[in-house]
Design a protein around this ligand. Structure first.
Ligand code: TRP
Length: 496
């Protein structure tokens, strides 16, 4: 569930490709890697260290820092569970649908038309729901049942083991697509577009904000997941090395997968005789158009390949989903477990039940619009803001050097004061600037040309609702002994 391998998820294939395409290919890559180095890695180390030092879920870890800060430890898993996960589970469902469609290469000659019309049955607008799409409904239901079963029966190490096979498999399948893709006519144009920084776009702030958001998403930063995961690590864990390897392999994988995507886009542009930026519609559908095209183009074993590819993606997505339910579950059990005789079984059942109900709207004909809006706001103003607050609380309240001391005690690669500077000043300043200017931009140009009412309701409304929920669960008091290591931070690493 939490293994560093299973960190790869749909974010690497599905989200990375359309973020990169929408934001101008090469123009996106530069901010993406800058974001990895200036925010992704320092924050990954921070989250590993915080969970490892405080021995708690995100809620417990922040409550130990101070009750005033506890809400942040709730807000993170809450807006992911009742925001990101609701549509993420539907996309895992799409993978199941496409694994099945691969048996007959059902998308035929025009994967784009198939996706929008036949598969999604895209409605006319955000508020025109257009009814449930039953194939998507069924696969989403299955996703939630499987997630529930894995968490309920505690067979998480089972999925861990499955990931040990499926993650490398996914990587190898992606490599095959890359290798075959680059031989296609026109592929090189696509790759050039992918790699060549377009300096006219690079100064566009939107591209930067999108890149920072993608780094948070793909590394599951500010989800509460990494903090919870780190709280289970043994005392002697090399935090710096773990954090570095996890971040770099994750982003490296996305980067490599990008070659497959952009080769195929280059090929499509050449055969259709249109510009690369015009060959496909922008938005979250991209991976489910380009990968099917790529699978059809393979010289042999297309069907088998398609089934394997989408199944591997399905497993990667499932393991990400499970990691989140576990993070939420452990926050709830940490605080309310003994008091209210809550058990894992009850909590997990309630979470998956609510999750499924919340997913339903994303299985409708307007699902793609909802997904696009909720994802935009939650990534930008949920993940990025939570990351910003996390830096400030750890940097200034806990004091970065205290956490660094803990990190250096267990890590073979030592951090120096530069990390303190990043966490206290540099990263929060950059994130604050991003969030501030993108918020201003939101008012001057409505996101994606959606109606403003939809943006306010689904975007800001959704965020506000999750904050209210997070604050509400903060109010009840903790059992006294739960927080008692708060005052002896020097010794708590001795307690397992
Ligand atoms: N890192 C994951 C990815 O790239 C995202 C993720 C992890 C996630 N856990 C999650 C998304 C739980 C939603 C819910 O896909």
């Amino acid at each position: 569930m939490f293994g560093s391998r299973s960190l790869a998820g749909l974010g690497n294939i599905w989200r990375f490709s359309y973020m990169c395409y929408d934001n101008g290919g090469g123009a996106f890559l530069v901010p993406y890697f800058v974001a990895l180095i200036t925010t992704g890695i320092p924050l990954m180390i921070l989250e590993y260290a915080l969970g490892h030092k405080e021995h708690g879920s995100s809620a417990l870890s922040f409550a130990k820092i101070g009750r005033r800060h506890e809400w942040l430890g709730w807000w993170m898993p809450v807006f992911v569970m009742f925001g990101i996960m609701l549509y993420y589970s539907v996309i895992i469902g799409w993978c199941a649908n496409f694994a099945y469609y691969s048996l007959s290469l059902k998308w035929g000659q025009d994967a784009q038309a198939f996706f929008y019309k036949e598969f999604l049955g895209l409605s006319k607008g955000v508020f025109n729901l257009g009814g449930i799409r039953w194939p998507i409904f069924i696969s989403t239901l299955l996703v939630w049942i499987v997630t529930w079963l894995i968490c309920y029966k505690e067979i998480n190490h089972g999925i861990e083991r499955a990931c040990e096979i499926f993650m490398p498999a996914l990587f190898i399948l992606t490599l095959v697509l890359v290798i075959w893709g680059v031989t296609l006519p026109g592929a090189l144009n696509g790759i050039k577009w992918y790699l060549k920084p377009d300096f006219s776009k690079i100064w566009n702030l939107k591209v930067w904000v999108a890149a920072y958001g993608q780094i948070f998403f793909t590394l599951s930063l500010a989800f509460g997941i990494m903090i919870t995961y780190a709280s289970y690590l043994p005392e002697e864990s090399d935090l710096v090395k773990n954090a570095l390897i996890t971040s770099i392999t994750n982003c490296g994988y996305s980067f490599i997968a990008g070659f497959a995507v952009f080769s195929v886009i280059g090929y499509m542009a050449t055969t259709k005789g249109v510009a690369i930026s015009e060959v496909i519609d922008k938005g979250p559908a991209l991976a489910f158009i380009v990968y099917p095209e790529a699978i059809s183009l393979l010289p042999m074993l297309n069907k088998l390949f398609g089934v394997l590819f989408f199944s591997a993606l399905l497993i990667a997505g499932l393991s990400s989903g499970v990691s989140l339910v576990e993070a939420m579950n452990s926050a709830i059990l940490d605080k309310f477990g003994n008091r209210h005789q809550l058990t894992r079984a009850k909590v997990v059942t309630a979470l998956c039940g609510c999750g499924f109900l919340g997913s339903l709207v994303f299985t409708s004909g307007a699902g793609l619009f909802w997904l696009d809006i909720v994802d935009h706001f939650i990534t930008q103003y949920g993940l990025v803001v939570a990351g910003l607050l996390e830096c400030i609380i750890v940097g200034w309240v806990v004091k970065a050097y205290i956490l660094r001391k803990h990190i250096n005690e267990v890590s073979s690669w030592k951090l120096n004061k530069a990390w303190d500077f990043m966490i206290r000043i540099f990263t929060p300043a950059v994130l604050l600037y991003m969030v501030g200017s993108s918020l201003i931009g939101e008012f001057s140009e409505p996101y994606g040309n959606y109606p403003v009412a939809a943006l306010l309701l689904l975007g800001l409304g959704w965020i506000a609702a999750t904050i209210v929920l997070a604050v509400a669960v903060t109010i009840p008091k903790w059992e006294p002994n739960k927080l008692k290591y708060e005052r002896r931070p020097e010794e708590d690493h001795l307690i397992v």
